[in-house]
Design a protein. Structure first.
Length: 202
């Protein structure tokens, strides 16, 4: 598939959250479906955004960076307004981590492998670097999601650890990989050059 040339990446705030949530739940319905593998630690019967976390996600969009529970969300839209993918940054739950944030991302099933993932990561990283207090972006990904790991590696994320058998979902065992990127460069790590070009992630 060729890259989408008429897309825009825009921030989502609380009043626009409900349409995004509908897109997100549709996206998550692909998790573990049709033999394509799991890209979230959710069972097939619960592959939707957990209802008990919806309010925290929505409310976090209005919180200032550095405050517990803050979150920022961007979506890529087509010229007709269709959501093609998303990326979000959020606070760590632990105290004294205001200089770091966690990344989450997903691409709509019809728009993978066109370079959209790298565009979204670049957009969020540029925002984070300009935000002031943030120095690191962290992420966690199922170790079986090799396409996503290669994609993040291409943007300079480095593997910082792996937890074997972190999840047991639908009769399967999944390891969990942690990755990190220091904003502004200066920390590439030994693995930064080992990731070949890869299709977009979920």
């Amino acid at each position: 598939m060729q890259p989408t040339t008429t897309l825009s990446i825009t921030a989502v705030d609380a009043p626009e959250f409900d349409p995004f949530l509908a897109y997100l739940n549709d996206h998550l319905s692909d998790n573990g479906a049709n033999g394509d593998g799991y890209f979230q630690p959710l069972s097939r019967s619960a592959s939707h955004f957990p209802a008990d976390r919806v309010a925290a996600f929505r409310n976090g969009l209005a919180l200032p960076v550095g405050q517990a529970g803050w979150r920022r969300l961007w979506v890529a839209r087509s010229a007709t307004g269709q959501i093609l993918g998303h990326i979000d940054l959020r606070a760590h739950a632990e105290r004294f981590t205001e200089h770091r944030c966690l990344l989450g991302m997903g691409i709509d099933r019809g728009h993978r492998q066109i370079g959209l993932g790298l565009q979204l990561i670049a957009h969020a990283a540029d925002w984070a670097q300009a935000s002031g207090p943030l120095e690191w972006i962290d992420l966690q990904v199922l170790s079986s999601n090799e396409k996503a790991i290669r994609l993040y590696g291409r943007y300079g994320f480095v593997k910082t650890g792996e937890t074997p058998d972190m999840f047991q979902i639908d009769g399967q065992k999944f390891a969990y990989t942690a990755m990190a990127k220091r904003l502004g460069g200066g920390w590439a790590g030994a693995e930064a050059s080992v990731y070949p070009a890869a299709p977009g992630a979920r």
